[in-house]
Design a protein around this ligand. Structure first.
Ligand code: IVH
Length: 675
């Protein structure tokens, strides 16, 4: 039985749809939810209940995303404008050729304005919106005719069911790529392996296979994403430029490519292509290139199409150069986090103009999976700046003399036990003082993209370490010129140069410093993202993983690693000591709102004993007011807050001369500092 519907109920349903769609957008497009999953589910169930009771379902209701009955076959859809493919460029010279050709065709010497985006490796899709509502979703097919996959595409939460936030065009065909993140692809394959189902060869096939399902509940169970980069036919709106379109799409709540940059001239294009090639390593999805487009739509129109590809765009494919050679030896190499990486020593081979004589084998799972043995002939690939890796073994060339390479039982450098954590492929040396780890950490700290200390490369780190001058990167700032002069490799000038370089490095930026710290999983890009979101280093102290996950593009692994690092008392002490040694950090990357000064800014508190309020609440209060809380007392503790029946922390605080206050005194301090 359906109930009679009043205007009030209609409004309530409309409000719920709007609200749920907004939260869906926050979660799946912006990656920045403002309500909890439970709250979302509660609203969703409320809406579903009302819809069923009153039989009133709006066309953009999120309840439409699931539950469509399975199809017998896909209907054909004709694209109003053909969905084209792209010409490829395999070198920067070919990009320059492309630019010259365009200038020639237009008859200009002036620099052309381009936009550059990553090339998503997925499945092209066309989304047709009529009067703002998603009406049809179709695959590319042969470019002219595709398949109607609307129920499947509706299950993808980042696909808007309704255009909002902009004036609504009568009709618009929006184009983009449906893709799967690498991590989700791997998880899916693991699940399929367990169930004995055939595996997908790559994320692209997995995305395509997930969309081309007659039963949309299967698509719904796969984690798919959308990135929109273009349009087909439109009615009722006009765009002049690609970047303008992208901005409109963004405003209309469509997910857009992770990078879209506009630039004049091909040299600038090449710079952005390089940037994308650099960043693709930390993208959660696969990109095999960058798409370069003439920005101006009227110029695009003028340039037109040659058979199937537009003349106004080109896909630059990242080089993946390969060669074959033989593995002479496999050596375990210990990195700064203790991870032992097997490295193949190769008979030197030239690949893409560079001689390659070693190649990472990543880990022992990889060795096993590819069945790599010492003496094997292998295909080696060198892509961009990345360390070369072994693609496959040429088994036909085996003689039977090849030898397998087992996991070492002990660290090859310090002899400590070797450990492998559950669910992790990495094999680690557990020796905290392992010289290989220590030296690697110092070398990394001093490297160019980190603290940039010229003259402190691998050789000098090894020398200073072996002479006992440095045992930790903090010791770099304690080196005296006289110490250096005692060493064989240093004379007056070189010693002074190193001292100057060390001094200079004390003024650095937050992103360089975060990278220098060598936090597991935090590369340069992650460090930059952190700096864009955290104004000061101290804002990261005791940070929770949930706070970091809220940053777009930050995954769980990085979040936990960063949180673990900044919740470790020793680490915070090291940082504080670096500050006393003169480290000065600025943060030009910060993009958030500059925080107002807060009363407890820069102060560290430790609590002992029971307080009149729950400890968690007191800690939250301190942190909300800008202070940091820590679980143990050290010299860098500013106040120990003492409750009833205090523990041993009180004694420790007294012996270190740390100030102790009661809860009431803490409240007074806050009041005073507010003034
Ligand atoms: S523009 C005429 N931009 O690459 C230009 N395509 O090889 C149409 N693709 O079918 C495409 N990322 O599926 C464009 N940022 C991007 C892209 C992109 C991936 C795919 C798209 C297209 C194929 C062409």
């Amino acid at each position: 039985m359906t109930g009679k519907i009043s205007e009030d109920i209609k409004h309530e349903i409309e409000r719920l749809v709007k609200e749920l769609n907004y939260h869906c957008y926050r979660y799946y497009v912006l990656d920045s939810p403002v309500i909890s999953d439970e709250e979302y589910d509660r609203l969703y169930l409320k809406l579903k209940g009302l819809e069923e009771k009153y039989d009133y379902v709006l066309p953009d209701s999120p309840t439409h995303r699931v539950g469509a009955p399975p199809l017998d076959k896909f209907e054909k859809v004709r694209h109003k404008e053909p969905m084209l493919s792209l010409d490829n460029a395999f070198s920067y010279d070919e990009l320059k050729e492309f630019d010259k050709r365009i200038k020639r065709l237009i008859g200009t010497q002036d620099e052309i304005e381009y936009t550059v985006e990553p090339k998503y490796d997925g499945l092209a899709i066309e989304l047709t919106y009529r009067d703002g509502l998603l009406y049809k979703a179709s695959t590319r097919g042969d470019g002219y005719e595709g398949e109607d996959v609307t129920p499947n595409i509706k299950t993808i939460k980042s696909v808007p069911l309704k255009i909002e936030g902009v004036s609504i065009p009568e009709e618009i065909d929006i184009r983009g790529e449906i893709y799967m993140d690498i991590e989700d692809f791997e998880r899916l394959n693991r699940e399929r392996e367990q169930k004995g189902e055939p595996l997908f060869a790559n994320p692209r096939n997995a995305a395509a296979g997930s969309v081309r399902q007659l039963d949309s509940s299967i698509t719904a169970s796969r984690r798919l994403h959308l990135a929109c980069y273009g349009i087909g036919a439109v009615k009722g709106i006009e765009f002049k430029k690609q970047l303008e379109l992208i901005k409109w799409l963004e405003k209309a709540r469509f997910p857009i490519p992770a990078i879209v940059k506009q630039v004049k001239g091909i040299d600038g294009v090449i710079e952005i292509v390089k940037e994308i090639e650099e960043k693709r390593r930390i993208f959660p999805f696969e990109t095999d290139g960058a798409v370069v487009k003439v920005d101006d739509f009227s110029l695009q129109h003028f340039l037109g199409i040659k058979t199937r590809e537009p003349r106004w765009a080109i896909a630059y494919k990242f080089p993946a150069h390969q060669g074959t050679t033989r593995i002479k030896e496999i050596l375990p190499s210990v990195g700064r986090t203790g991870v032992i990486t097997p490295v193949a020593i190769l008979e030197p081979v030239r690949i893409g103009g560079v001689t390659v004589s070693r190649s990472t084998l990543h880990n022992w799972d990889e060795i096993q999976r590819k069945d790599i043995r010492v003496g094997d002939f292998v295909v080696v690939e060198r892509a961009g700046e990345v360390i070369p890796h072994v693609v496959s073994v040429i088994k036909e060339k085996r003689t039977g003399k090849e030898k397998t390479f087992p996991i070492p039982e002990k660290c090859p450098v310090c002899g400590s036990r070797v450990m492998r954590e559950e669910g992790e492929v990495a094999v680690r040396c557990i020796g905290l003082d392992c010289p290989a780890q220590v030296q690697e950490r110092i070398r990394h700290f001093a490297s160019r993209d980190a603290m940039d200390i010229e003259g402190l490369g691998e050789k000098n780190v090894e020398l200073l370490y072996s002479k006992g001058l440095i045992g930790h990167f903090i010791d770099i700032y304690r080196i005296k010129k006289d110490d250096l002069l005692q060493l064989p490799r240093f004379a007056e000038k070189s010693a002074q140069n190193l001292i100057d370089a060390i001094e200079k490095s004390k003024h650095t930026t937050l992103s360089k410093f975060l990278y220098a710290l060598g936090i597991v999983h935090v590369g340069e890009y992650a460090a930059k993202l952190l700096s864009e979101n955290f104004e000061r280093l101290e804002d990261l102290y005791n940070v929770k993983p949930e706070t970091i996950i809220q940053i777009r593009q930050m995954g769980k692994k990085i979040a936990h690693s960063v949180s673990d690092f900044f919740n470790d008392h020793e680490n915070l002490r090291t940082i504080e000591r670096l500050k006393t040694l003169g480290l000065k950090i600025t943060n030009p990357d910060f993009k958030g709102k500059r925080k107002e000064k807060r009363p407890l800014d820069g102060l560290t508190f430790v609590i002992t004993g029971s307080l009149p309020e729950p400890r968690k609440d007191v800690e939250d209060m301190i942190e909300n007011l800008g202070g940091h809380t820590s679980s143990s007392v050290s010299r860098s503790t500013d106040y120990l807050v003492v409750g009833e029946e205090p523990g041993s922390k009180l004694q420790k605080a007294r012996s270190l001369g740390v100030k102790t206050v009661s809860y009431e005194e803490l409240l007074k301090i806050i009041e005073q500092r507010k003034k």
